[in-house]
Design a protein around this ligand. Structure first.
Ligand code: HEC
Length: 219
């Protein structure tokens, strides 16, 4: 049986008195807003939480910390950066850029179709025939039929280039689709262009698929 001793001796009373004192101190010490108390270990109260990629000279401040990724490194799982420039020369060079993805399986192709329908179908139409709602309503002019020449013969890299940077009335899709998703959409577009007689990079190795001369890019 557990028994409780109610006979508090002298030392226990001292402990209780001390406890009451501490509690009173806690309640009174923060009362005066004009004279805030001292902070014990301010580093813990206000942590040095810096933003990622904060433009700041940490080395100069005495910290051995680099807030930027090391130059030339890429995010784990990310594709290599696309470095072909957004100008007329870059447009021509884009045809030589190879698709880094393996050919998509059925599941991947379904996802690519979904991405195409969401991001491109609104203008180019789900059948690539420039019959999307924004084309039919006339809200966006100059939408091209991707099943007709010269577009059906575009190299995958050139389609990637156009989706990355945009062209004419078409904006860039680099912020909506990451690099992998853009290449997936490219594979879907090429898969739909092939039955329309569109050339693919794989059609024939002796066949060099090049983009037609760019007439619209100004830079
Ligand atoms: C807001 C409407 C719109 C959307 C959405 C759109 N496009 Fe376009 N696209 C256009 C227009 C307009 C052009 C004609 C651009 C020009 O050359 O002036 C074009 C041109 C193109 C071309 C040919 C580029 C050239 O050389 O003229 C390709 C390839 C293309 N689009 C692919 C896509 C893909 C893939 C997507 C989805 C990621 C997409 N587009 C989404 C409007 C759109």
């Amino acid at each position: 049986m557990l028994s409780v001793d109610y006979n508090l001796d002298h030392s226990n009373m001292k402990k209780i008195n001390f406890g009451v004192f501490i509690i009173a101190l806690v309640f009174t010490s923060c009362g005066n807003k004009r004279h805030p108390g001292k902070i014990y270990m301010p580093d813990m109260a206000y942590s040095r939480a810096y933003e990622t990629y904060e433009p700041r000279n940490f080395k100069g401040e005495g910290f051995n910390y680099v807030s930027y990724p090391v130059k030339g490194t890429i995010r784990r799982g990310d594709l290599f950066p696309y470095t072909v420039p957004n100008d007329s020369n870059g447009f021509k060079m884009s045809a030589a850029t190879k698709d880094p993805l393996p050919p998509l399986d059925t599941l991947g192709m379904n996802e690519a179709q979904r991405l195409y329908n969401i991001n491109c179908g609104i203008c180019h139409g789900t059948k690539l025939d420039a019959q999307g709602p924004l084309a039919v309503s006339g809200k966006v002019g100059g939408i091209v039929n991707l099943k007709l020449a010269p577009y059906k013969d575009y190299a995958p890299g050139t389609i990637f280039h156009v989706v990355t940077y945009g062209k004419g009335n078409m904006g860039s899709y680099a912020s909506q689709l990451d690099k992998k998703q853009r290449w997936m959409v490219v594979q879907y577009v090429k898969s739909q262009q092939a039955p329309a007689g569109g050339l693919t990079a794989q059609s024939d190795s002796s066949l060099r698929v090049t983009a037609p001369a760019d007439t619209t890019a100004k830079l």
